[in-house]
Design a protein around this ligand. Structure first.
Ligand code: SF4
Length: 458
């Protein structure tokens, strides 16, 4: 997650300054799609002459690009708003709420005077940001646009990218799956795919700018379809753009992995051998309540098929513990599947009801909080052991690593990068090496979260 931040006391007044003189603090919460959207937002405002700053004290405008995926995300944003009001009591500023929370909490946010929000904009309306900012600055009261626009893919907008190593390329927007716990279909609207020609044009431009890696983004990225071209065709076409060395994708759904897609990942040398495969739960009754459209057996069969075709593939997943009515023995199914699959890594969350979702409306949040805590602590401990074992299989091997940057801001001695399988590697820098380089690294040690290594001769 990219974090920029800021704030002040917000009378919604920009002091009549022209955009060229207004400084924006943009803070991004949540998923990679929000990171991409923030790069689009930076580009749209940059075109209008707005400039960006990093500290609250310097900003005339605060834009929070928010996430609504869990209660925690909501609480975090509300906490930030109050902290920022406190921090900047003596300066006028404009406060805007963007992203998923803007859509599913619009009324509540505007109805709460203590939040002093001037602007509310949903993920399909960022092209209107300059106009709505001007209206908010005119202080005719809050400006808002949270309508869906199925035609919007921000084609023609050149994202102002944060990373110089990995470029996000959104290939679909929205989602039609309506998993019962998920708010995304209600905040990002119906699914649509970008034209293949636009995606290839963007990828060629990125290659010309020196990008070695692109990550194809979508809420359900592997349901991509542009006329006759499906996701396997997209992977093949993007990975054949001159100059691009690595192609990743996020986030796929297990229901959309036909053989053609698995074959494309296996066959195309530049498509990274890492698949994020969100399981969510191990028990088939719970998967049905979640509307995940697959059973425990289907998921295990898919993993067998993928590993049969790509033996050393890196697999990661998402898990929700404590979904309504999940019994202790049904939770044991999640434990069993996690142990059977042995994912390289897992993002594990407690269930929290989302306003407006089917689960929130139909199922009581009846698993006690302490029990959710017991389950998440246990699953994290199990996964830690599995990740260490999975990472240890690389010890002694020499692997190609794409350097992403310095391992920590405190020391310039070590680089951090990722293997093709998406495992983090930390190793001493060498003169002449720089972020964006792909270097052979001999793995000397493993931890549950990363590998240690040293550069090896090619
Ligand atoms: S696939 Fe399910 S979990 Fe993922 S964004 Fe769509 S509705 Fe949400």
């Amino acid at each position: 997650m990219v974090e920029n931040e800021r704030k002040d006391d917000n009378t919604g007044d920009s002091g009549g300054k022209s955009p060229k003189k207004l400084r924006v603090l943009l803070r991004t919460f949540g998923c990679q799609m929000n990171e991409y959207d923030s790069e689009v937002i930076r580009s749209i405002l940059g075109q209008e002459g707005y400039t960006f700053c990093d500290s609250p004290q310097d900003a005339d405008i605060v834009l929070l690009n928010t996430c609504a995926v869990r209660e925690n995300a909501h609480r975090k944003v509300i906490g930030h708003i109050h902290a920022l009001h406190h921090l900047c009591q003596d300066r006028p500023f404009i406060l805007g709420i963007l992203g998923c929370m803007a859509v599913n909490m619009e009324e509540a946010l505007l109805a709460n005077p203590a939040l002093k929000i001037d602007l509310i904009i949903g993920p399909d309306s960022y092209r209107r940001l300059p106009e709505l900012l001007a209206r908010a600055a005119g202080s005719g009261g809050p400006a808002a646009d949270t309508d869906f626009d199925i035609s919007e893919n921000y084609t023609g907008i050149n994202p102002d990218r944060v990373s110089r190593v990995n470029a996000w390329v959104a290939v679909t927007r929205g989602c039609n799956n309506f998993c019962t716990f998920c708010v995304v279909p209600y905040t990002r609207g119906r699914e649509r795919s970008r034209a293949l020609t636009d995606i290839l044009a963007e990828t060629e431009k990125l290659a010309a700018q020196g990008y070695k890696q692109v990550t194809l983004l979508g809420q359900n990225v592997n349901s991509y379809a542009d006329h006759a071209t499906g996701f396997s065709g997209l992977l093949q076409a993007v990975s054949r753009v001159q100059g691009i060395e690595r192609v990743r994708f996020m986030s796929p759904h297990p229901k959309d992995f036909p053989d053609a897609v698995i074959d494309a990942v296996a066959r195309e040398p530049k498509v990274c051998k890492h698949i994020h495969l969100p399981l969510q739960a191990g028990n088939s009754r719970i998967l049905k309540l979640m509307n995940r459209t697959y059973t425990q057996e289907d998921f295990l069969a898919l993993v067998r098929k993928i590993r049969g075709r790509i033996p050393d593939v890196g697999l990661s997943t998402d898990i929700i513990v404590g979904f309504p009515t999940e019994t202790a023995s049904e939770f044991e199914d999640t434990v069993r599947v996690m142990e059977a699959v042995a994912f390289d890594s897992a993002f594990i969350f407690k269930y929290s009801p989302r306003q407006g979702t089917v689960a929130q409306k139909k199922y009581p949040d009846d698993v006690p909080e302490e029990e959710k805590t017991t389950r998440i602590v246990r699953l994290n401990a199990i996964q830690k052991g599995i990740s260490l074992k999975r990472n240890s299989r690389h010890t002694g091997k020499t692997l190609p690593v794409l350097i992403e940057g310095l391992a920590s801001r405190r020391s310039a001695r070590e680089f951090q990068g990722r293997t093709d399988g998406n495992t983090i590697v930390v190793f001493p820098g060498q003169p002449g090496l720089a972020p964006g380089d792909i270097v052979p690294v001999r793995v000397t040690a493993a931890t549950p979260h990363a590998l240690k290594g040293e550069t090896a001769s090619p």
